[in-house]
Design a protein around this ligand. Structure first.
Ligand code: SF4
Ligand code: SF4
Length: 83
């Protein structure tokens, strides 16, 4: 399973990852102004949140190779439709 680590010292609480994640993996902890992982098991390792975070506060580990291949195939299908 994908393991997600949020660097609380780096997170500025912008909420970009919460809005960006298609699988509702994050929530914003309004009390502390930081994002928290609430649904790690649904992470499909697209790494979109990783790209969008302005503080590089997100770290993803243990990404299964098969999962990435699946994502890449889906992306390729979408790209092929556009081209
Ligand atoms: S995108 Fe980065 S800085 Fe913004 S809330 Fe998420 S982890 Fe924090
Ligand atoms: S890698 Fe994708 S699915 Fe996983 S938490 Fe980030 S945006 Fe959500």
């Amino acid at each position: 399973m994908v393991k997600i680590k949020v660097d609380e010292g780096a997170c500025v609480g912008c909420g970009s990852c919460v809005e960006d994640c298609p699988n509702d993996v994050y929530e914003l902890d309004s009390e502390h102004g930081k994002t928290v992982v609430v649904n790690e098991k649904d992470c499909m390792a697209c790494l979109s949140c990783h790209e969008i975070c302005p503080s590089q506060a997100l770290e993803h580990n243990d990404i299964p190779v098969a999962k990435r291949l699946y994502i890449d195939r889906k992306v390729n299908q979408v790209i092929n439709k556009i081209l």
